[in-house]
Structure formats: C-alpha cells, structure tokens
Design a protein around this ligand. Structure first.
Ligand code: ADP
Ligand code: MG
Length: 321
C-alpha cells in the first residue's frame, strides 16, 4: 500500500505524530504517535490522569496541541480546519450533557439543528434505532436511567454519521448490566465498520471491544493487538496442579523436553516455562504420571490484558523513580 509523506497510510482515519499537550507546567501527554485505520476500534487505555480525555479534546479540535501534528479523517489539525474536522467526527464525552426537561427526540432534534444537519427526522429516527431507543423517544431525558442517558448520548454522536467516533469512557459509572448493553451497541457499530477511538481505564472493555489498544501514561507505553501485547510481555507457560505437592518437583520437571524452567507459586501448583504449550503438555503429563502424581489440571496459562497493563504501569512507575 502507498504511504504518505511520513510513512503513514494516506487513508488512515487518525494519524498522530509526536503530539504533546501541556497546561502550563503540567504535561497532559507527551510525544504521542499512533495511527488508526478506517473501520478500526482503537482503545486508548490508561489510569486516571493519563491524558486520555485531553487527547480526545485535542483530536476533536476543542484544545490546540502544544506541539506535534495530527490528521483526522484526512484533514490536518489546525485552527483553520477545525470546523471541517468537527463536521467529520463526533465525540461522546464522559458526561452525556443532555437537556433533561426535553424528550429524547427533542434532544436529538436540537443537536441535529446545532450541527446544521439536513433530513433531521430521518437522522434522529436512524440514530434512535441504532441504540434501541425508538420506544423511549417521547420520554423526557430526566426520567431515564444513567445507562439509557448514555445511550441517548451515543445516538447524538451518531447523528452526523461520523467518519471517526470518539467515545470517552463510555461505560464509566454504569452498573454491569447497563455497561454490557453499551458494549453490545459498540460491538454492533464495530461490526458495521464504524471507526471508533475509545478511551477507557477498564481492561476487559478494551480487550472485548478493541482491535488494537494503546497504553498511555502521559507517554505512550505500548501499542498492539491485545493478544500481541500479552505475548510480547509474558513468556508462554503451563499451569500444573496436582492433588498433593510433588515430593521432588525438580526431579520431574528439570530436563523435560520443551520445558525451560519452572516455579512453584504454592505447594501443589507449578508454572512451567515452555516455548510451545501444546507440544510440551503431553510430555509433562507422562512425567507426572511416571512420578506417581495425581494430576488435577494442566492448562496453558492465560494472561489477561489486565496482567499486561499492571506489569507496564508498574514498570513505568519504577522507571520514573
Ligand atoms: N484544562 C486543564 N487545565 C489544566 N490541567 C488539565 C486540564 N485538563 C486536564 N489537565 C491535566 O492533564 C492531565 C491529564 O488529564 P486527562 O486528560 O483528563 O486524563 P484522563 O482522561 O486520562 O483521566 C491531568 O493531570 C489533568 O489534571
Ligand atoms: Mg478522562
């Protein structure tokens, strides 16, 4: 594929290069570079204060960066291009900001008017269908639960059929059921090919919804597919459990083909470092049976994105000391 002037894809939805934002002495984020392709759900993951919202506000043209450059839906970020960019994107902010006395439909019509959209009725109806709220159209927003309000905010963000949809912590403060509903809606948008930039501090959310994630803590620590990040940070392992602790685990595991090392986190449970879990497991089982052990389980150890994240943020804190 052809590349742009800086080696980037010319048709990327977002291109961010060495972007930095400072508020006086305080740095919100520093020297951040990444690209997001069209149709991609990109997770921007980091603890509170990592700079996520500031990045959304910058790319949404609400704040000017201190240095660096960006292209949003093909348009270079600059003061003069702000209106053009705003017409191609939309942002669902952390708090929905709806008129609580107006009905769902009136809220959406009002915002469609502000965005100077045409075919308001049709767009409102389409957006309501997209978030399964058609039957609540006449309800005042003030009467809706937090989860439903969040869905109205999502409908509002869909009104202009954005090339890039920014979702800033879309499930923060929602109960698990409401959060699951919002996840399902985002999954539906992903399946329809909507480009989504999603900030979150919830790991399972990023893991479930995002094609790729970036882990941010003022600077960008790591970027990749969730499974890639796990592989990059953790060696492969088998978790072995026996009914009673092995009298001589070293005698069983040391020198076993495919096993490069082992640990015993608690008696009767063992972590074996292996290059290929599938290839090593049968030999491990045979060795255990040969040693007279009662095997409870031999499973490939699975690291969650949370393991990746905690490891990285801990390393980052260590590095800053
Ligand atoms: N308008 C502002 N003025 C001064 N500092 C700000 C402003 N907005 C954000 N910050 C600071 O920038 C840092 C990043 O904030 P933010 O982007 O809101 O983080 P996150 O969304 O990841 O929790 C924080 O230290 C915050 O206090
Ligand atoms: Mg935030």
């Amino acid at each position: 594929m052809a590349t742009g002037p800086h080696g980037s894809q010319p048709d990327a939805a977002l291109v961010v290069e060495h972007l930095t934002k400072r508020f006086g002495e305080r740095t919100a984020y520093e020297d951040v570079s990444f690209e997001v392709g069209y149709g991609e759900v990109f997770g921007f993951l980091g603890p509170n204060g990592a700079g996520k919202t500031t990045m959304v506000r910058t790319l949404g043209t609400l704040l000017a960066p201190t240095s660096g450059s960006a292209r949003i839906a093909g348009i270079p970020l600059a003061f003069e291009t702000g209106a053009a960019i705003r017409g191609r994107i939309s942002i669902m902010p952390e708090s929905p900001g709806l008129y609580l006395r107006l009905t769902v439909e009136e809220n959406l019509e009002c915002f469609a008017g502000l965005y100077e959209l045409r075919d308001v009725r049709e767009r409102v109806a389409t957006a309501l269908r997209a978030v399964n709220l058609t039957d609540r159209a006449r309800d005042p927003c003030g009467s809706l639960s937090k989860g439903l309000r969040q869905r109205v905010a999502l409908a509002r963000a869909l009104l202009n059929d954005p090339a890039v949809l920014f979702l800033d912590e879309p499930t923060s403060g929602l109960d698990p059921v409401a959060a699951r509903d919002v996840h399902a809606l985002i999954g539906g948008l992903r399946d329809r090919g909507v480009t989504i930039f999603l900030t979150t501090h919830r790991l399972e959310e990023a893991e479930r919804l995002c094609h790729r994630v970036a882990i941010l803590n003022t600077t960008l620590l790591l970027i990749g597919r969730p499974d890639e990040l796990r592989e990059r940070l953790f060696t492969q392992a088998l978790d072995v459990r026996t009914r009673t602790p092995l009298p001589d685990p070293g005698g069983v595991f040391a020198g076993l083909a495919g096993v490069s090392g082992w640990e015993q986190p608690t008696p009767g449970s063992y972590v074996l470092h292996v290059a290929d879990p599938d290839a090593a497991a049968p030999a491990v089982a045979r060795a255990l049976v040969g040693a007279g052990a009662d095997i409870l389980s031999i499973v490939e150890s699975v690291h969650s994105l949370e393991d990746v994240y905690l490891q990285l943020v801990a390393e980052d804190a260590e590095a800053q000391r």
